[in-house]
Ligand binder design. Structure first.
Ligand code: B4P
Length: 187
């Protein structure tokens, strides 16, 4: 299965990906993790990513898409993958669509985890990553509204978008995701 998880910062994409990738037997590809790894290695990409992440902004589309494009061409992605946090805007989605079309495939499911800013803020402040400060979070929420929300419409039009409410325990959110996967795979 080729699956994308979308949701605002702190919605639980990374948290849910941990069991979901195992459950689907596909690799978990998190652009956030890939970028933080590049930051840790101090590569040119890492330096650029560090600046953007610390300001709550998106890393340039082509750079992130190249990173993902290279990864999904590896043999372990042949039967599917779980994309966590990518695409984050329509431009990235179009670039991904082109890449998939070249290998005559497409996305099976885009799963949106919905959650309000109040709960998101509490969760992120508790997590306390360096980009989880009130000021950076505010910018990340704005970027989500302006860049990522239009992506939902893009995938709704393609008929692959399903949404769940994320304001529940981790286990309950997992159950909701299971329900969608079961419904999609039994179609
Ligand atoms: P990401 O790494 O994608 O991180 P995120 O959106 O903040 O978090 P996520 O939704 O995965 O939350 P999590 O499960 O950890 O992005 C970071 C930055 O990287 C971006 O701002 C951007 O700069 C850059 N970037 C990434 N992808 C990009 C792209 N495609 N293009 C450009 N730039 C890109 O959950 C958060 C917390 O909540 C955790 O502490 C967790 O334990 C807790 N939690 C989760 N579920 C819970 C539940 N049900 N109940 C209670 N707590 C819960």
């Amino acid at each position: 299965m080729r699956l994308v998880l979308v949701g605002p910062p702190g919605a639980g994409k990374g948290t849910q990906s941990e069991w979901l990738a195992d459950f689907l037997s596909v690799p978990h590809l998190s652009t956030g993790d890939m970028l933080r790894e590049a930051v840790g290695e101090g590569t040119a990409l890492g330096k650029m990513a560090d600046e953007k992440i610390s300001q709550g902004q998106l890393v340039p589309d082509q750079l992130v898409t190249d990173l993902v494009g290279e990864r999904i061409q590896k043999p372990d992605c042949e039967s599917g993958f779980l994309l966590d946090g990518f695409p984050r805007n329509v431009q990235q989605a179009q670039l991904l669509g082109q890449l998939l079309a070249e290998s005559k495939t497409s996305l099976d499911l885009v799963l949106e985890i919905k959650l309000g800013e109040k709960v998101l803020t509490q969760r992120l402040l508790q997590r306390g990553r360096s980009d989880d400060t009130v000021e950076v979070m505010r910018e990340r929420f704005t970027v989500y509204e302006t860049e990522t929300v239009p992506l939902l419409e893009f995938y709704r039009d393609q008929g692959v978008l399903h949404s769940i409410e994320g304001d529940a325990t981790r286990e309950e959110v997992s159950q909701r995701i299971r329900g969608i996967i079961d419904a999609v795979t039994s179609d």
